[in-house]
Design a protein around this ligand. Structure first.
Ligand code: SAH
Length: 221
């Protein structure tokens, strides 16, 4: 017998498991958990891997890129200490999932990707989910977004060897930037940079693996 009840329980269990995985990996901030509970990761993943949206793993998306692991999204978002007044810049829109989580916590989110196709597909999902405080732009994000600078928070979701200078310059005093640094084929580390009146303060978080931050616009595949 299937009265729909069984499926509903499964859905709730899946959500509980998803949140449990986040908590057990150190995502404990209740606002971040709330944002991640309210944004379904499913619509950001198309095709073959759609059924695995609620597992804590990175998955392939178009243009040879990846949607980050939910616990990494959670840890990066938590480290960013976003407040409701913040204007946030994300480099590396990818699927749009990270931007969607940020949109629940910030006033305004600008997100840039070098692949036009990814920006277009992310915009479609933002609209479908009624996330109307996100602006998605196709450009080389290493140069930031001078016309909207400075930003309270900046997050980079592709790995560079060092934090790009233009991004550091576009961070407000008192602002926080979170990004993976390291060579693309080696161990990378998430770092957090705080800009204070005295200068930049760095602290290193965990080891991660991200796709590289590349120059110029991408060829859509
Ligand atoms: N935040 C994404 C995952 C990003 S994957 C999500 O939530 O799904 C990294 C993305 O960075 C890729 O889509 C890649 O195209 C993009 N990228 C790499 N170098 C870039 C650059 N210089 N400027 C903008 N985007 C870049």
């Amino acid at each position: 017998m299937n009265d729909g009840h069984e499926e509903a329980v499964t859905e709730a269990e899946r959500k509980m498991q998803f949140l449990y995985a986040l908590r057990s990996k150190g995502v404990t901030d209740k606002d971040v958990l709330g944002a991640m509970e309210s944004v379904d990761r499913g619509p950001f993943i198309r095709g073959l891997f759609a059924g695995r949206a609620y597992e804590d793993m990175p998955l392939p998306i178009a243009c040879g890129q990846t949607i980050s692991q939910p616990s990494v999204v959670g840890l990066m978002t938590q480290a960013l200490e976003v407040t409701p007044r913040d204007k946030v810049l994300e480099i590396g829109t990818g699927s749009g999932y990270q931007a969607a989580i940020l949109s629940k916590l910030a006033r305004r989110v600008y997100t840039i990707d070098r692949h036009r196709r990814l920006v277009h597909e992310a915009r479609v999902v933002f609209e479908a989910l009624d996330l109307n405080n996100i602006t998605a732009i196709t450009a080389d994000g290493s140069f930031g977004l001078p016309e909207q600078a400075p930003f309270d928070r900046i997050i980079v979701t592709a790995a560079a060897e060092d934090p790009p200078g233009p991004l550091l310059a576009q961070l407000k005093e008192g602002g926080i930037m979170v990004l993976p640094v390291g060579q693309s084929d080696a161990v990378q580390h998430l770092i957090r940079v705080r800009k204070t009146a005295e200068g930049l303060e760095y602290d290193e978080m965990r080891a991660v693996r991200f796709v590289p931050l590349l120059e110029g616009l991408g060829k859509d595949t």
